[in-house]
Design a protein around this ligand. Structure first.
Ligand code: ATP
Ligand code: MG
Length: 327
């Protein structure tokens, strides 16, 4: 039997090259080797306020982006979190075995709650729901960007605690990070990770941005006060541009040094912009084809949910039995 892989993205904001390089690209690469479930985590998106009509539209947009990136819906299950009830159900049971101190320590909770006037409980509970998503399917591997490594560590802690309290129930999952592109930084501020929810106009290149916008944002990226690329002394903005190029090009470190050492920043930015545009163009073409087919995405999502629900329901049944709940 193939090891199961689970991962997801929130249908909030516009998917950017960080989401692609950190996670989606890896999903496409490993989809033939594992039994993959790729989720649209709408219950996670509502931890911050979303306009209902916009959220509904973003769910299908995200499904189309998964497919445009090359996820094969016949091989993998693409599904929406809220369409499989077991996610929310298991999250409650796991909440009851999770110390609140574990959650208050999470970097994402601290960063996101700092932007809110009133902090919703969902923001604190977010990693427990994420643990439920993964443990529900007994996933062995979770391919994510580096920012989610801490939540994965917590998922393992929750699984181990549950297993110790109630007997072996959950597979303890491993994390899979890409070698390059695991943490793409904001182009306007390379000390912050690129995020869908960030508001800066020149913060991110979105996967559906037209070429002229991609060029504009990259040409305006924050660099440092050196005149040209020096791999030993480069600041975070320049290293970020280099790693974006490297991740898209699939170049090794030696090749990067050969190509870019001594290059002036204006030329570096042009090279990065053209590399990104060359990858986004065919992607956007596929996106337009996929979204032009009425009913197709809905079919993919319903089919995905129908395939995975029995796995999820069986885990909930087992957890209820182990905890002494009424089954
Ligand atoms: P939000 O600001 O709404 O949290 P996000 O950009 O962090 O948006 P998520 O939906 O939370 O996106 O994460 C989807 C996937 O993309 C996760 O696997 C996450 O680790 C990865 N990811 C997010 N940001 C980056 C980044 N800057 N670099 C690499 N991977 C990233
Ligand atoms: Mg995030």
């Amino acid at each position: 039997m193939k090891t199961r892989v689970f991962s997801g993205m929130q249908p909030s904001g516009n998917l950017h090259i960080g989401n692609y390089l950190g996670a989606l690209k890896n999903w496409v690469r490993i989809q033939q080797d594992y039994e993959c479930i790729f989720c649209i985590v709408d219950l996670h998106a509502i931890t911050l306020h979303q306009e209902p009509a916009a959220l509904r539209a973003k769910i299908e947009e995200l499904a189309a982006l998964y497919l445009a990136a090359g996820i094969d819906a016949r091989e993998c299950s693409i599904m929406v979190q809220s369409s499989v009830h077991a996610h929310a159900e298991l999250a409650w049971m796991l909440t009851c075995v999770t110390p609140v101190g574990w959650l208050e320590r999470m970097t994402q909770y601290k960063a996101k709650s700092a932007t809110q006037e009133s902090v919703g409980d969902g923001l604190l509970q977010y990693p427990v729901l994420m643990a439920a998503d993964i443990l529900l399917y007994q996933a062995g591997i979770v391919p994510v960007g580096e920012d989610q490594a801490q939540h994965l560590e917590l998922t393992r802690d929750i699984a181990q605690r549950f297993n110790a309290l109630y007997g072996d129930t959950f597979v303890v999952p491993g994390t899979s990070l890409p070698a390059v592109g695991a943490r793409v930084m904001g182009l306007d501020d390379p000390t912050q990770k690129m995020s869908k929810s960030a508001t800066g106009l020149n913060h991110a290149v979105s996967l559906l941005d037209p070429p002229d916008r991609v060029r504009k944002i990259i040409m305006r990226a924050t660099t440092d006060s050196l005149p040209a690329v020096d791999f030993e002394a480069a600041g975070p903005g320049v290293l970020n541009l280099l790693s974006i190029y490297q991740a898209f090009a699939g170049a090794d470190d030696d090749e990067m040094k050969r190509q870019f050492t001594g290059m002036r920043y204006g030329d570096l930015k042009k090279r990065v912009a053209e590399m990104v545009i060359a990858h986004l163009e065919p992607f956007q073409q596929r996106y337009r084809q996929i979204t032009a087919e009425p009913g197709y995405l809905d079919g993919v999502l319903r089919d995905g949910a129908a395939r995975v629900a029995p796995i999820a329901n069986e885990t909930v049944r087992l957890v209820k039995e182990r905890m002494g709940l009424y089954t």
